[in-house]
Write a protein that binds this ligand. Sequence first.
Ligand code: TA6
Length: 304
Amino acid sequence: MSSPLGGQEAEAAVKVTKDKNGVDLITLQNPRGFSAKVSLHGGQVLSWKNERGEELLFRSSKANSKPPAPVRAGIPICFPQFGNRGSLEQHGFARNRIWEIDRNPPPLHHNDCDGKVFIDLLLKPSEEDMRIWPHSFEFRLRVLLTSHGALKLISRVRNIGCKAFCFSIAYHTYFSVSDISEVRVEGLETLDYLDNLHHKKRFTEQGDALTFETEVDRIYIGSPHMIGVFDHEKKRTFLIRKEGLPDAVVWNPWEKKAKAIVDMGDDEYRQTICVDGAAVEKPITLKPGEEWTGRLELSALPSL
Ligand code: TA6
């Protein structure tokens, strides 16, 4: 059978290898030749490539790769908090922990099982985690490559303890773009946002589409189910679909901040934009036994 593009079909595959630190790295490949790589370090998607082998996610040339420090690439999972408060490290500890492959996950909705190209990961708190965040949880993450090459991340957080807890979460998504000057984001018009550059003061977006000429660090509140990230130069649109994630974080450090980020090249701010499906403004509360599900689906589509 040939692929829709007339080439030979690639095999649908889920392969587990070890990275240079001996940590499991899972490679997903669908019959159209799309692929994704997921590391047990942080449960983090590190790569997502289209059928032409083009990398769709950004990786800093200075990215750390050794646990427990976070990797500036792909889609870090910010949990159980987004931001820098209290005793937890910035953006929580989930992205700094070694997850495990979940060989027997509770069943998911059939829409979350498109094809067979997915991996199920599980994070449970260590004793150290319980000391800094005394809540018993199970965080199940399914990373799935659909038959069309979309990347789906389905998170399920269950409270398995005896007292309620609340958390915030963000899929901290580093999109690869031609140049930040070519990028516009649509779907956030008229929304209120909390501006991290102004002590989280609340503003209302006035523009029609978001374009970038300086540092941006905002949490858009009550954002829609769909957001578009347009790269004019590459004639590519990233479509972000999300459920259970009411907010959208938009971040580009720009020149001065990028120079101060040790694990980011000085000029690399031009090659990425973060647009994160998130639940930040109103943290999610789970009573004992309750489970929250959040879905993120990313597609990379040709655009005029
Ligand atoms: O809003 C996004 C943000 O909180 C920025 O303030 C910046 O800190 C970014 O996340 C990156 O955080 P990280 O810990 O990954 O360097």
